[in-house]
Design a protein around this ligand. Structure first.
Ligand code: FA5
Length: 340
């Protein structure tokens, strides 16, 4: 029976189509079955040998087989096309809702943060914020501050001398002199900046660190003014009660001179490498401006008086943030810096 043969071929072809895994495979099945010399065409040739009664059901079976097989090809091709599209979409997929890469946001260095706070505080108290050069002349760094060439105070600060006779400033105090020369009395100024000393580096000493110079020149300025401004400064920075002590200190450009020390906030006074086991950190030398210094800047000490201070800004930042080694400050380690 030819119908049975056709039906067998139909079933076999449908399962070959079903099992095909590539378009090429499908194409070769098409050639095998529907091609000019394909198996279905082979049946058509046999039709001539059939009786008219046999021909009608055989023709129907052949048409059904052709239709079924054509439908199976079509649906398999669609499945291949769908799969190809799915794979392409998957490989080209991007999530447009993800944040863009962009540069990583930075943050202000702890020293800069405190510097900005101090500048804002003193500006609100009527102080000008001045800047001065990091490469200074010997005159501004020493002579104009009552530190003559032979004075032992020059040995207190190991200096980086430049070959042209200038130096890297060892403190921000030269800006006092520049401020007095430029603005004259009455004067309220601060001068934050970087200073350099040829020192042995340890947990509390750097060769490059920051200070804030402060100066007020007016009539009848006394130690009471000095203490008031120092207390205002420290309570604004620490936002809590901090223990301080004032002891006599010698600086040729102030008379009397003081050292204001802060109770070590790293160890709470019990002793650590930052406070050199003493419980106190030297933070803020200060005093009343020496008459010679006023005179050198053409200010009459009979008419005017003043106070000055030189705050160790890097050490202040260490106390504020509990940083126990000054070398971290300029080490450039992002693990440290990204905490601020
Ligand atoms: C001076 O530099 C004076 N010009 C300060 C001054 C100004 C006194 C005005 C009186 C009137 P001194 O050398 O002590 O003083 O330094 C001031 C502060 O800088 C110190 O209290 C300390 O907090 C900080 N400091 C000094 N040396 C270092 C260092 N190597 N590393 C980090 N901080 C330092």
């Amino acid at each position: 029976m030819i119908e049975r043969e056709i039906s067998k071929l139909q079933t076999a072809t449908l399962s070959r189509i079903q099992a095909a895994t590539t378009l090429e495979e499908l194409e070769s099945i098409r050639v095998d079955v529907l091609g000019r010399k394909g198996s279905l065409g082979h049946f058509s040739k046999h039709f001539l040998k059939l009786t008219p009664e046999e021909r009608a059901p055989a023709g129907r079976a052949l048409n059904t087989a052709k239709e079924e097989i054509a439908r199976a090809f079509e649906s398999k091709e669609r499945a291949f096309a769908d799969e190809a599209l799915r794979q392409r979409l998957e490989s080209e997929w991007i999530d447009l809702t993800l944040p863009a890469w962009g540069p990583r946001p930075g943050s202000l260095h702890p020293v800069t943060r405190i510097q900005v706070e101090i500048e804002e505080l003193f500006s609100s108290l009527g102080f000008a914020v001045l800047d001065g050069p990091e490469v200074e002349t010997e005159y501004y760094n020493f002579d104009a501050l009552n530190i003559p060439t032979e004075h032992p105070a020059r040995d207190m600060q190991d200096t980086f001398w430049l070959t042209d006779g200038n130096l890297l400033r060892t403190h921000t105090s030269p800006v006092q002199v520049r401020g007095m020369e430029k603005l004259g009395p009455p004067l309220r100024m601060i001068a934050p900046g970087r200073v350099f000393r040829n020192e042995e580096v340890d947990p509390s000493h750097e060769h490059t660190f920051y200070q804030v110079e402060g100066m007020m020149v007016d009539r009848d300025v006394s130690v009471a003014h000095l203490i008031y401004f120092m207390q205002t400064l420290l309570s604004a920075i620490f936002k809590r009660e901090v223990k301080v002590r004032l002891r006599p200190g010698y600086f040729p450009f102030v008379e009397p001179g003081f050292e204001l020390d802060i109770h070590c906030l790293i160890c709470n006074g019990s002793g650590c490498p930052v406070c050199k086991q003493s419980g106190w950190v030297e933070l803020l030398p200060c005093g009343l401006v020496h008459p010679n210094v006023l005179r050198m800047s053409s200010i009459d000490p009979e008419q005017w008086g003043g106070f000055a201070f030189g705050l160790g800004l890097t050490r202040l930042a260490m106390m504020r943030y509990g940083i126990d080694d000054i070398r971290l400050m300029q080490g450039g380690d992002l693990r440290f810096l990204s905490q601020f």
